[in-house]
Design a protein around this ligand. Sequence first.
Ligand code: G
Ligand code: G
Ligand code: MN
Length: 542
Amino acid sequence: MNRRKANTVAVVAGLVALVLPVLLALRIAHDLSVDAVSAQALTLSEDVMRRAEATADQGTAAVALLVAANDPNRCSDANIALMRKADVASSYLQSVGAVSNGRLMCSSLGSHGAGLPLGPVAYVSSKGARIRPAVRLSIAPGVRMLVLEKSGYAVLVHHDLAVDVFTGHPDVSLGTFAASSRMQITGRGRFDPRWVSAATKTGPAVRFDGDNVVAIHWSREHDFGTFAAVPARYVSQGAHRIAESLVPLGALVGVLFLIPILLLARRHTSLPSLIRSALRRRQFYLHYQPIVELATGRCVGAEALLRWQRPDGSFVRPDLFIPIAEESGLIRKVSRRVMELLRHDVTAILAAHPELTISFNLSAEDLHSLHLLDELRELLGAKNMLPRNLHVEMTERGILDTDPARKMVHAIREMGIRVAIDDFGTGFSSLSYLTTFEVDYLKIDKAFVDTLGTTAATSHVAMHIITMAKSLHLTTIAEGVETELQATILRDAGVQYAQGWLYAKAMDPAALCDFVTSSGRPRNPAAQGNAHANGAGPALAT
Ligand code: G
Ligand code: G
Ligand code: MN
């Protein structure tokens, strides 16, 4: 993934990580508030239903009592006494009376002479009850009465009795409606016919239509239902209250998600800029790991390995920053710096040990650069430096069968610089390229050296590599040699050179010079002489 893409992905992922939990918190707050308001609306509607149902039951019972008495004179003293009895027995009824031609002739209050006009019937229920929702009688002009008339008798109920429940909110609408016609019978507050028109007569139901949370109950016995409508305002107020604690929690969760994303993004985005500033501030330097001749133990060369020390004293490992430099297009700058450092270091090293060979690592991109040959020429211009003193190492991956890389390797060798295949055996290429590439050395990867002398299946691989290298007339260098046993096995197998902690770790140039000196004067003058005789021949010669 390139840097820009990684940045975009990180920003998008970061935004999602932060925004999603907050949106979720808002959503949950809203849902919780709808739930709470719904429960409240259901409770209110149920309360109204309980009161309206009791009223209807008591009215039905009172009428049934009078019908059963069957007094031909419905306003007789005996019948009015019966009305009083029914009235007193009913907690919800204000009065019970007899109706004739739309006039209340008498009631539990007594005879009304010529009768009190009740006004038009608003609605006849499916059970035959004639309903007048808001009658004002001349004997109580300030009061609206709900009059339910049946079989010539009527019960009078205070219009607001059923809806006189405590709501906690002034603008909550409550009421009763006719189940068959869906007309409002009683109520307080607003009534929107749509609240009840679409409702089906099943159990209690609650719906949020965006403006109101509407709860509905249906009477089991009678032809009416009740409703309670709580305005949406209470939903948003409740959601606000819940969100006040839930959204910070969501934001916290978002930040917790964000942290690993930012850390990942930092790793992707800031290491390249750290490399850039490390180049500017000259935080890179080279250490050299000795390469010894297995037969003699003599140090014949060294591999330059890049080191990076940060201003805080910490070290960054090359196996971490080299791949990042390669990904972010900085590797050429890094390689140029390596050559610059080499140019500086080799003069002193070669002054002390003119036969030493210095290897350094190149990346795939270097081999595709038009400038590499000029840079190598400049490096060869270092004081005391001859082409035979220089080796370049490249991985199988780096030279993988591309024509430009092949030409570059050819051109490098034409300059007298030897070429080694690094980390040999770990690449994924076929071995066939070895027959088409002109290279000088194979560096057997530490992974294979590690298994030498063990029973691991891969312990044979090193042997195969050695055999193959011999048949291709390539010189082998074993990497990562840590034990005498490994050294012995390698030497017996005919491997010429080795590098590893058994001999030395990478060290600074001065330490390298001492190491070479103490690794013994040439015990094999013939080899030395040979190298000289060859003139341009490398110290690492077969
Ligand atoms: O010794 P060390 O752990 O530093 O090496 C780790 C890896 O980094 C090795 O695979 C080595 O090849 C690579 N490396 C070290 N120095 C350089 C360098 O100058 N250029 C490149 N391309 N790779 C290097
Ligand atoms: O470029 P190359 O992959 O060859 O770099 C060699 C790597 O192997 C470096 O990281 C170096 O520090 C490491 N190395 C060299 N010798 C030994 C050794 O004997 N043991 C271990 N564990 N690592 C080694
Ligand atoms: Mn190497």
